[in-house]
Design a protein around this ligand. Structure first.
Ligand code: FRU
Length: 481
């Protein structure tokens, strides 16, 4: 342990203690979502199951609610309801990661946790930080016990990546296939084309570049946080592209997140990417990561937020010294050639009081502070649901359009939409300042933050022949380490 590491550990704990009361005074602290204890959170990192516990790391800047020095924070759980908050665990304490322990992944192998991440370095000088002045190093931490994360090894630096690339190569996701290890990294080439680069290894330490994976036509200038998975016998590349132009109701956020099906052999030039499909249609979703658990589920968690939203919309939580959260965990499956997201089953344990209604034309109900609503539609027809007097969900049957919109409690968030052939059912999770909407058993999902005052309550429904169930939801039980 070096001196910087020792002091970072101490300082992070001190400032957490110092600011915790202020943070916890915020009514908008979430009840059943993982948030930074204080300060800033972005991408989920290193998701895995290790010795019977789920490890949810995340990009964490305790010193600044608008993002600063990036560390890895950690939450652990056995059941996704009871959590242990481990605070900051991986620090940017080496010359090769001194401007941030950026995003990465974990591979549990032979009883050890192998963490791969990007060490971010910004040199001082007159640089554009794209083609020069920036180091993106690939770093390995081997943890024997899942508690100690100080054993770092520098694996690759910019000169080890293909030389058609800019300095932007980051977010290693590692997986194993037929006894070989593979790593995908997100990259931007010198022609500003977003892409993924693929490496292969026999020992997790020595990596060989073997292929570039990109779309036939350019789709953005940089691809962040790639994740290559096998699901129901299909190969899927999940990725977060930057620099994609808005097209009608598509790609309306500053940066996008979606997936491609890969046909053919992605380890050779003999592959083809399908069309890009957005994973989430809401205002606050980016840089998700998946992992496979011992029950065989592929679970996805996203960052319930986006970078660079200044001037577009905002999060008033910053006044209370914290910002952003992770989404609820979602199980992934494929149905009708589409990626389907279902909230993991464990979340049903949060359900408390239940109310049930048969709705002929309309329903007004107080609901609860934080709740889940399920709506079943007998026949797909026009529908409108207003939550807490400011969040409107609407289905326009003739236009086959689903809209999510906000009044002022959206803090600048206006409207997001998707095309929808039929509306059969809805499952909606409403936390104190977030909403996650699962349409038609997870065929489409909208994730967003919003900031109602405490007096804003209830739901207001207009629609024909509906069955509505509302469950009050309990909070996560989060204890310190
Ligand atoms: C995505 C991202 C990653 C990077 C990390 C830094 O949100 O920009 O590409 O590793 O955040 O916090």
């Amino acid at each position: 342990m070096n001196a910087l590491n020792k002091d970072f550990k101490k300082l992070a704990k001190l400032i957490e203690k110092d600011l915790k009361d202020k943070v916890n005074k915020d009514y908008h602290r979430l009840n059943f979502h993982l948030m930074p204890p204080i300060g800033w959170l972005n991408d989920p990192n290193g998701l895995c199951e290790f010795n019977g516990e789920y490890y949810i790391f995340y990009q964490y800047s305790p010193f600044d609610a608008n993002g600063g020095a990036k560390f890895w924070g950690l939450y652990k759980t056995k059941d996704f309801i009871n959590w242990e908050d481990n605070g900051a665990k991986v620090f940017s304490d080496q010359p090769y990661d001194c401007h941030g322990a950026y995003s990465g992944s974990t591979l549990v192998y032979n009883g050890k946790m192998n963490i791969f991440y990007t060490g971010n370095v910004k040199n001082i000088g007159d640089y554009d930080y794209i083609n020069s002045g920036r180091e993106h190093n690939t770093i390995l931490i081997v943890s024997e016990d899942g508690k100690n994360f100080d054993n770092k090894k520098l694996l690759m630096k910019n000169s080890d990546y293909p030389n058609n690339l800019t300095c932007h190569v980051r977010d290693p996701k590692v997986f194993i296939e037929n006894d070989k290890f593979y790593m995908v990294q997100g990259a931007r080439d010198k022609e500003d084309i977003g892409q993924v680069i693929l490496f292969e290894s026999d020992d997790l330490v020595n990596w060989k570049f073997i292929n570039t994976i990109k779309s036939e036509d350019k789709f953005g200038y940089m691809w962040e946080c790639p994740d290559l998975i096998n699901l129901d016998n299909k190969t899927i590349l999940i990725v977060s592209p930057q620099g994609v132009e808005k097209e009608g109701i598509k790609y309306n956020n500053i940066y996008q997140t979606g997936y491609y099906f890969i046909e053919g052999d992605y380890k050779s030039s003999n592959y083809k990417l399908s069309d890009f499909e957005e994973i989430d249609r809401g205002f606050d979703f980016y840089a998700p990561q998946t992992f496979k658990d011992s029950k065989g589920r592929t679970i996805l968690i996203g960052w319930m937020g986006l970078p660079d939203i200044e001037g577009l919309y905002s999060n008033p939580t910053v006044e209370f010294n914290w910002q952003h959260a992770l989404t609820i965990p979602r199980e992934l499956n494929i149905r009708n050639n589409k990626l389907i997201q279902t909230p993991i089953d464990e979340l049903k344990e949060l359900r408390k009081t239940k109310k049930e209604f048969e709705v002929k034309n309309s329903l007004v109900d107080e609901a609860f502070d934080t709740f889940e609503v399920e709506v079943d539609f007998k026949n797909s027809s026009d529908f409108k649901l207003v939550i807490k007097e400011g969040v409107t969900l609407e289905y326009l049957k003739n236009e086959k359009l689903f809209n999510l919109s906000f009044n002022e409690i959206g803090f600048g968030r206006d409207i997001r939409s998707c095309k929808l052939e039929n509306l059969n059912n809805l499952r909606i999770f409403v936390d104190t300042s977030s909403i996650e909407i699962f349409i038609n058993d997870g065929e489409e999902v909208f994730t967003s933050r919003f900031y109602p005052t405490e007096d804003k309550k209830g739901i207001n429904i207009e629609g024909e022949n509906l069955k509505v169930r509302i469950y009050e939801l309990a909070s996560f039980n989060i204890k310190g380490e």
